[in-house]
Design a protein around this ligand. Sequence first.
Ligand SMILES: [Zn+2]
Length: 686
Amino acid sequence: MQSRWSDADARNAVEIYGTAGASEDLALRVYSTRLLGSDPLLVLHGGGNTSLKTRMADLVGDMHDVLCVKGSGRDMAAIDPSGMPAVKLAPLRKLRRQASLDDAGMMATQRAFLLDPAAPSPSVELLLHAFAPAKFVDHTHANAVLSLLDQPDGRELTREIYGDRLGFVPYHRPGFGLAKAAADILDAEPKVEGLLLDKHGIFTFGDTAREAYERMTEMVTLAEARLQRSRKAVFASAPLPRSVAAPAEVAPILRGACSAAERQVEGAWRRLILEFRGGEAVRRFVNGAEVARYANAGVITPDHVIRTKPWPLIVPAPEAGELECFRQDVRAAAQRFATSYADYFARNDVRTGGGKVMLDLLPRVILVPGLGLFGLGRSKADARIAADLAECAVHAITDAEAIGQYRSIGDADMFDCEYWPPEQIKLAQVRELPLAGQIAAITGAGGAIGAATARVFAAAGAEVALLDVNEDAARDRALAISASALPVTCDVTDAASVRGAFDRVAEAFGGVDIVVSNAGAAWQGRIGEIDEAVLRKSFELNFYGHQRVAQAAVRIMLAQGTGGCLLFNVSKQAVNPGPNFGPYGLPKAATLFLVRQYALDYGAEGIRANAVNADRIRSGLLTDDFIKSRSAARGVSEKEYMRGNLLGREVTAEDVAQAFLHQALELKTTGDVTTVDGGNIAAALR
Ligand SMILES: [Zn+2]
């Protein structure tokens, strides 16, 4: 591992943060924190922290010795001085005299001595930073160091490499006990350049930001060098099927098995989003004959347990063409996972006095021999984090096994981290959105109604895939929504394109729960004189397009086995034909019937089918020019034309999107048509 320290960048940081009022020390502290945080081999997703001891004024101008320490949950790669709250050092150090500090006391400590009461909460590892005398203290969960510490003889192994340059702290859960144990070792060995925390990570110290940082890179380099020596071959492969099914086919089966029916609301499911990783190192790991031993041995560093649970779900290899058998195996494996997680909870809840609230019984990492691994989470972002941590574990465990045998903390220690009270409180504060964990695919998403629907569904917590025949339109609309919104090129008049698009959605998110079949276009002409080719073209898009999309979605929904929701943009034309609109209205009338057929045929599987009949919405079908000519022909203003309905209100794409959202949320409604047209008695259904 190379030091990436650059004097020019460091000077730059001093200048930039200096103009915002940060001292040189704090600016350099922020600079080297970012260096550490931007290297995934050192720090991932909020793991690791750094600190600086300095002097600062409080709100009335009195000077104090303070500890500026990384804010809890802050990303080191993007930190700035405001992310390093200052805490008065003297009272923190006084705490060391106490024999113990319970969780409530520990939490109070996080905020009690802040210089600025509005600052973010400091890291839970602040006491260890406070008790260490060094001015600059850096802490990471460096992969290479973990591969050495996560061994039965981690202490001897690291001593061979580091001698007495680093103190060794036996495993303690992060918090007061760990901070005291570390401080005792620093009293006994005041000359050490840092500390190794067994089964957890490494600290390095320095008089300057550069010294602490470069000690970190040096120590990690020494660990990396040791991992290159006397390696043995690892992970002899288990026998695998000749042909393994693709992730797009496997993911919906996994996702369905790793969903839980909500007890309070019939028809509701707690669902997760998936993120696939299939690189070579991952595949070698999951293919190993002994995968159950090393993958179930526990987390590589304690804070991963919050994101990954103590162990992954391991399923058999999915043989192509034999997926029904695979589906049953996965369901049985997920059931065993749930049982063993519930046992783990019950056992440890009793041990710790009871009263904790059990998390869900669903895995956060799934290992699939022959294929790779999946991270799971309530959102795509969470699924990615789980997958990143799982991949990180793959590398650390591979190296650990190559030089010895991987060994983690036990169940009890993992439970104490997973169910640490501050984590439980954070969880209780999370307010989930109504479509959290769900995946919605919207066709015609490049247009006004499709884009508005994608936006509304994403705002309601769904992961959204924007399907459109126009690649640029899909991409631009997706970019405007979020980083995880997925643009997919899809021509609904082409069966292969539709199938490919839904495979893409399943691969990206794990499946699909809601489809808004919205793509359409209008053709006009008097029905007695229309060219049959035009009528057929309209049927291809305005009827068969919906059928292809619904069929592709149902295939995935049945694989998941957790129901689903098919929503169709029909049109008032389906019930109230307009003059010369036959080529448009006829296929839409057939689509209205299609909605009812899906409702009838798939109700037993929990798949609902509903439609929105909208009228007179500004969109690609009803352009500004068209509105101008129509209103002129009728001798009314454009405004009057757009408000020509019973309520006298213009109907917007947003109104249609809201109607789709309601239908997605109405778990007891199927075969329904909602009219969004401002009121038109001739188009009323009954
Ligand atoms: Zn740590």
